[in-house]
Design a protein around this ligand. Structure first.
Ligand code: ADP
Ligand code: MG
Length: 691
């Protein structure tokens, strides 16, 4: 329940003076639908106006002048501006309009009248002018011209000045609220109270005042982060509190492990131990396993499957595509079945009697592992005793999809697998409600991938080398660039390249892209995996996880257009077999400094965690676009990179608070609930949202 004290802030923007049906949609686009959204809109810059005389005004500065209007000079020819000639004691100035003028100007500002004008003053020899003054007012309305005016990230059709005024109106509605932060902490940080911070936010005095590091901005960022971390921490605690029967480490799983043709790496063993301890605790597990492609996540997940099967429970493993689902089944079926654990693959393509048979095996519990795509959470799929959901490439699924799958059992444990290593700095923000394991060690014996960068002008020699290599039996991926926003154009580029390679190589060239029907994609992929296709031309939509150990060459065309993480993912598809592998980055010169840095990092390391850290420092704070797509929250004040220390503090604070007051019922707890409401991080609803 939202406390009544917040009602004024949660009113619609149309309740603000001057926001009618025309303005409302624009304001909504710029800020959001609520008064709160305007009050929380941070300025992106600051306009400073300088009161001056015609003589003292500085060329190029925003200037306020006290003037007397002399005469109007309407345009004589098309393309000429309308001019008002005016003066003060020190000289003359022209006020100039190239559009939006007319006789109304003359009526509004008759010769002889006193006016205050403001705008950017420009000097041309002895003449000076202000083009399109932002204000031209009688002296008694002078205080409408602000010498300091914050600028907000606006939208077209919405004058910054209007947005600025509305933001101030909105802040005016903000009630004083009882302090939810620890007063000692506030004092130590030198931060203002909440209401004071909002005021300061909207009344910047210097350009530095619109930065991320002012006390006011930090205070608000910390508020926002604390609200988010309270919700995440509470969600995690409640999920954990759901009782599940403890599952002890079993001989069966040990036998499956012992039968593997290799020994687990240290990182795999550590991760497996973390999973086992979760399973034995009697608390519900929610664990994210991060690790590069090929680091051996699947094997660890498989051993977790064995633990649950030994205790009589079922696991559902959901993969984003059929290709991946099939590969998972292929790698797990043999080791598990040998231990007597039945596996089933369920995809959208199963039909008729075969499908019924599979569904029956899931429903009566004889299948210990069910692997599939989205087909897994359809209504007709019923489990006997589902206790673990493994989600591969977890970011490819929405919360709702995960929840639907997990609703097929009671207090289902979750293992989410991710091949996108996240920098430590962002881990708390992205996965604060999960426990995280990192597989940061590759299985032994992997050959490093030799990475080289070549300008596209030398593409012919690259194709020549590819021809030689394929003649010797090598297989290659050729990734085509992101041409445009449109996937159709990407596909066309890939088709052209495939045709070109077909002509110039004696080996068979295949093509795969996201616009192909799934069955066809599977067929091409299978042909490639069997070695019948030597060179697979692909757009980036090709599934990250695909495993073709014989593929040893990765060519990436227009590598400069890809992000670091993406290049790393693509390269991860080679270097999985015994052969020495190569990654060729083809780029269009000249490279930007940043693109150069990205390529250099790739040449230096293959460690996804390190690449993720360096990627983040290359982007720095404020440029988190790519990461937003990976689920970074859309914070209003906080920047998880620039405010990394506040993230840690908020996470610690949330844990401390909830350890003492799990339901936020104490006096401070209740104030913190108001905080969470304010930012829509509702701790009470958080549980409904949980996976
Ligand atoms: P991921 O799921 O992280 O991409 P996989 O579990 O599919 O990685 O493992 C990739 C390949 O490495 C598989 O062929 C797997 O059998 C093999 N593998 C996994 N762990 C080890 C290990 N400890 N030693 C040797 N090979 C391993
Ligand atoms: Mg995998």
């Amino acid at each position: 329940m939202r406390p009544p004290s917040l009602f004024p802030l949660f009113a619609e923007i149309s309740t603000l003076k001057g926001v009618g049906p025309k303005l409302a949609p624009l304001v909504e686009r710029a800020a959001g639908p609520l008064v709160r959204d305007l009050a929380f809109l941070s300025p992106s810059g600051l306009i400073q106006r300088h009161a001056a005389t015609v003589r003292s005004a500085v060329d190029g500065e925003l200037t306020i002048l006290d003037l007397v209007v002399d005469q109007h000079l309407p345009p004589q020819r098309r393309g000429q501006p309308w001019r008002i000639r005016a003066h003060d004691d020190t000289g003359f100035v022209n006020l100039v309009w190239f559009k939006g003028f007319g006789e109304h100007l003359e009526r509004a500002h008759p010769p002889g009248s006193q006016r205050v004008a403001s705008g950017k003053l420009e000097r041309f020899g002895v003449e000076c002018q202000i083009a399109h003054p932002d204000h031209l007012l009688p002296p008694e309305r002078r205080d409408q011209i602000r010498t300091l005016e914050p600028v907000y990230p606006g939208v077209t059709g919405l004058p910054p000045r209007v947005l600025s005024r509305l933001a101030l109106d909105a802040v005016g509605r903000a009630p004083p609220l009882e302090e939810w932060q620890d007063p000692d902490w506030l004092a130590r940080q030198g931060w203002p109270g909440w209401r004071g911070a909002l005021d300061a936010l909207h009344h910047p005095q210097t350009p530095e005042d619109v930065s991320l590091t002012t006390p006011a901005r930090q205070r608000l960022a910390f508020d926002e982060l604390l609200a988010h971390h309270l919700a995440m921490t509470q969600r995690k605690a409640r999920r954990r509190a759901e009782p599940t029967p403890p599952v002890a480490a079993s001989d069966l799983a040990r036998a499956v492990e012992a039968a593997l043709p290799f020994r687990l790496t240290g990182a795999q063993r550590r991760t497996l131990a973390e999973i086992r301890s979760d399973l034995a605790s009697g608390e519900r597990m929610s664990r994210l396993v991060q690790g590069d492609v090929g680091s051996g996540k699947t094997v660890v997940a498989m051993l977790a499957v064995a633990e649950l099967a030994a205790a009589g429970y079922q696991t559902a493993l959901m993969a984003p595509t059929e290709i991946l689902a099939r590969q998972h089944l292929e790698s797990m079926a043999e080791p598990l079945e040998r231990a007597g654990i039945q596996t089933v693959l369920l995809t959208g393509r199963d039909k008729g009697a075969q499908r019924q048979e599979k569904l029956a095996a899931v429903a009566d519990g004889s299948a210990g592992l069910v692997v599939g795509t989205h087909a897994l959470f359809q209504d007709e799929v019923r489990f006997h005793r589902l206790a673990l959901a493994v989600i591969d490439e977890q970011h490819r699924f929405g919360v709702a999809e995960r929840r639907r799958l997990m609703a097929k059992g009671e207090a289902v444990h979750l293992i989410a697998l991710s091949a996108t290593p996240i920098p430590r700095t962002l881990e708390l923000t992205l996965f604060g409600d999960l426990d995280v394991s990192r597989i940061d060690e590759k299985p032994p014996g992997r050959q490093p991938v030799v990475t080289t960068a070549t300008p596209l002008t030398r593409v012919d020699s690259v194709i020549q080398r590819l021809a030689d290599a394929t003649r010797d039996g090598a297989q290659a991926f050729w990734i085509c660039p992101l041409v445009a926003e449109s996937e159709i154009l990407d596909v066309q580029a890939a088709e052209v390249r495939a045709a070109d390679l077909t002509e110039r190589l004696s080996a068979r060239v295949g093509l795969i892209h996201g616009k192909m029907p799934p069955a066809e994609k599977d067929r091409v992929m299978a042909d490639f995996a069997r070695g019948e296709i030597a060179v697979l031309v692909a757009t980036t939509v090709v599934e990250v996880g695909v495993n073709v150990p014989n593929a040893s060459i990765m060519v990436i065309e227009h590598a400069e257009r890809f992000g670091l993480a993406q290049l790393h993912q693509l390269r991860g598809r080679v270097g999985r077999g015994a052969a020495r592998s190569a990654c060729l980055l083809l780029y269009a010169p000249p490279l930007s400094l940043n693109a150069k840095a990205r390529i250099e990092i790739l040449r230096q390391t293959e460690d996804g965690f390190e690449i993720a850290e360096r990627d983040l420092s290359l982007r720095g704070g404020g440029d988190l676009m790519g990461l937003k797509q990976s689920g970074l929250p859309n914070y209003r004040f906080a920047d998880p990179v620039a405010h990394a220390d506040l993230v840690r503090a908020a996470s610690d604070d949330a844990r401390l608070v909830l350890a003492r007051d799990p339901d936020l019922v104490s006096e401070r707890g209740q104030r913190l609930r108001v905080l969470c409401e304010l930012f829509d991080w509702r701790a009470d609803d958080a549980f409904a949202e949980a996976s």
